[in-house]
Design a protein around this ligand. Structure first.
Ligand code: HEM
Length: 354
């Protein structure tokens, strides 16, 4: 449902065409819909197919990246990406086409009509491939990152009812039970920001990142008195934000606990202020995320205001399994972004019922 929500938001502000995927029937655990199935289902609704292919296209692209220059050899007989890119392009291209035709016909949007990213791109270029790639690029940057943040926040709140109650109180005090929050509402909601930050810390949607050295350099030794690390020019260095966000030497002995108060109490001064680069969900520097102020704060208050309790359940049969599977309620996986494998099953109690 959260994936559908971010798809509807993204398709509206990027393309001006809402997919309306939220009006589809609820995806129940018994519906047998498997996100990890590698095939395109020709009978699925456009939005379901889009979400499915969009995720698999990222998975296949990431696998190609990891195989380096050898990836075409691995796909010599079978372009794994094509069926999924076809699904994505079949949705995006007609929308771009009609925007280009409007431009040719000299039709311009009125001042009061809201401009989308597509309107702006069409205004600046006639290159349909460039416009399509830029549009999909922003979808990749903004859709799954946002749905991961919201999903993990819901998961953590369901597992920590004391923080759910505290956030609910802030929502009721600031927004009320069922009004859509405004920019002014959310900008003053400190605990909401703390909950989102803490979810981004434990589950950073971009869990790994990389940079290439323009010139040779050295990194400080890993241990005091150790040897520095030599990085030759041109070398790609991968780093894990996921692991860094969970390091006890950087975040304190409770680094593995979900505790949003660490973003409001004395731990801010102790850990974060002297060392701000320990928290990098949006990266930093000149290539910092351009969408970090975007919509993540808004849906959570609405959802928390209208629901009294939130419970997550493990998929059927998990409780009987050994090891972590017997304890967890969901499994994570990653391609370009961190996501919940298959599904997270959530039950909510509407506040008004009580
Ligand atoms: C919670 C949500 C989000 C997270 C965690 C996130 C995270 C990131 C990260 C880590 C990067 C840097 C990637 C790198 O090092 O190369 C990045 C870049 C970027 N993000 Fe986001 N992002 C989020 C939402 C969005 C949204 C909603 C949009 C657009 C609407 C967006 C647009 C971009 C763009 C355009 C870049 C590339 C900036 C550049 O290379 O100059 N992001 N994002």
């Amino acid at each position: 449902m959260i994936g559908r929500f971010t798809l509807d938001v993204a398709s509206t502000f990027l393309l001006g065409k809402e997919m309306d995927s939220l009006s589809l029937p609820l995806p129940y655990p018994t519906s047998g819909y498997s996100k990890s199935s590698p095939v395109v289902n020709p009978n699925a609704h456009t939005a379901e197919s889009f979400i499915h292919s969009f995720s698999l296209a990222q998975k296949i692209s990431s696998a190609r990246q990891l195989s380096g220059n050898a990836w075409p050899l691995l796909e010599m007989w079978d372009d794994k990406l094509k069926p999924h890119m076809d699904v994505i392009n079949n949705f995006v291209e007609p929308v771009i086409q009609s925007a280009m035709e409007r431009k040719k016909a000299g039709v311009q949007k009125g001042e009061e009509e809201s401009l989308t990213l597509l309107d702006e791109l069409v205004r600046q270029s006639d290159d349909q491939t460039l416009i399509r790639d830029e549009t999909i690029n922003i979808l990749v940057a903004g859709k799954d990152t946002t749905s991961a943040t919201l999903s993990f926040a819901v998961y953590m709140l369901s597992e920590h009812p004391q923080f759910l109650a505290k956030l609910r109180q802030e929502v009721l005090d600031t927004v009320g039970p069922d009004r859509t929050p405004t920019y002014d509402d959310v900008k003053d909601m400190k605990f909401l920001r703390a909950v989102i930050n803490e979810s981004l810390r434990l589950y950073p949607p971009v869990p790994f990142d990389s940079r290439q050295a323009i010139k040779e350099t050295t990194f400080a030794p890993l241990t005091p008195g150790g040897k520095p690390l030599f990085i030759p020019a041109g070398a790609t260095v991968m780093y894990s934000v996921f692991y860094m966000h969970r390091r006890k030497d950087l975040w304190g002995p409770d680094a593995l606990e979900f505790d949003p108060d660490r973003f409001v109490d004395s731990r801010v001064q102790k850990y974060l202020v002297p060392n701000p680069y320990i928290f990098l969900p949006f990266n930093a520097g000149p290539r910092i995320c351009l969408g970090q102020q975007a919509s993540i704060q808004y849906p959570l208050p609405l959802f928390i205001g209208t629901n009294r309790s939130v419970t997550t359940y493990p998929p059927e049969g998990w409780k009987l399994k050994e090891g972590r599977q017997g304890k967890e309620k969901l499994m994570t996986d990653a391609h370009l972004t961190l996501f919940i494998k298959d599904a997270m099953f959530v039950q909510m109690t509407e506040a008004r019922e009580s």
